[in-house]
Design a protein around this ligand. Sequence first.
Ligand code: NDP
Ligand code: MG
Length: 381
Amino acid sequence: MRKICLFGATGSIGKSCIDIVTQFPDKFSFTILSAHSDIDALFELTKRYRPQTVVFSGVLEKSRWVTDFRALGVELLVGPNALESVASEAEYDVLVNAIVGAAGLKSTLRAIERGKNIALANKETLVTAGELVMHLAKENNVAIIPIDSEHSALWQCLVGERPQDIERIILTASGGPFREKPKSFFREVTVEQALNHPNWDMGAKITIDSATLMNKGLEVIEAYWLFGVKLEQIAVVIHPQSIIHSMVEFVDSSIKAQMGLPDMRVPIQYALSYPHRLPNKLPRLDFTKYNSLTFFEPDTIKFRCLQLAFDSLAVGGTAAAVLNAANEESVWAFLDKKIRFDQIPVLIEDALANHSNHKAATLENVLYSDQWAREFVQRKI
Ligand code: NDP
Ligand code: MG
């Protein structure tokens, strides 16, 4: 039985993870669950799964919840620091980090320090502090197993392969809802239009990231750290059907692709069952229903965010932490209808241009740059 600590249980990835765990009650169980704003959902999950500990990382409005959870025999810890203390002290085998944003970083570091394997959906952790995270993981002999579908695809393609045999990795991108729209349209994009992703049903932040193509930019940085390749070895190709989840090209010109229907439960299950596979009843891909898979070059002039991500990786140091934090603040501001869709890349670029880079991406420098970028963007808004 693998004991799972699931951070972000009430989100899109969290729910899919719960679905998988429910299908394999003899293989997986939850010992810890967390939520940030949805205390009612956390309470329902607690009744059903009876973890040992639950964390509510947001602000608890009614203190009676502590008694309500205790009546279920479950300890409720409150506040953002509770994630870190649980990651450091509680009993579990693997941390599934499904928190959104760089808020997931510190608890991931604590779990790695204890030698716990990480099933990582929270890509912002690697974007913000990839060097630090991968270094610590190596030191503690920890596997960072990606849940992000593209990286799970790459991970699966690389099983049994030697790093030196990789020529390049090819990340596929759906292109989002505005792939065929002219740039002039971006000025008028509404929140509702941007939240309407053609292939995936995801949380609000990543859905906006997919519409700006920042999601692919974050994934380029995520892949860079996860797979230890050079920046020039990472390519992005638009593939609107989202059937091929990503590919690896090898030095002998052979290419491996991992495919399937777009369903996050597949990479989540693989991250939990790795290095084995478990039989499931998830919908199967019928090739006869997809008689054409298409591929295009991404337009980095129209989708400036993708270019900014490549540029931050080239600059190095704390640039990616600034890119990520400026993006988070801009996306939440767009969702709150405080800025326009086309202002997102402008704010990020402005933050990057004004940031004094710390070449050494220590935790202190990363956290400082993250905070600086958030305040910079807030002031501009
Ligand atoms: P959601 O917004 O659906 O869920 C986010 C989860 O994190 C919720 O449980 C939320 O709690 C919690 N949370 C929000 N803010 C904080 C915070 N400041 N501190 C601690 N917990 C917080 O997001 P997704 O599930 O879509 O995405 C989660 C992560 O997975 C992101 O990094 C995303 O990029 C990545 N990912 C997602 C994919 C998807 O298909 N959804 C695909 C690939 C990667 P509450 O609900 O209680 O507020
Ligand atoms: Mg992805």
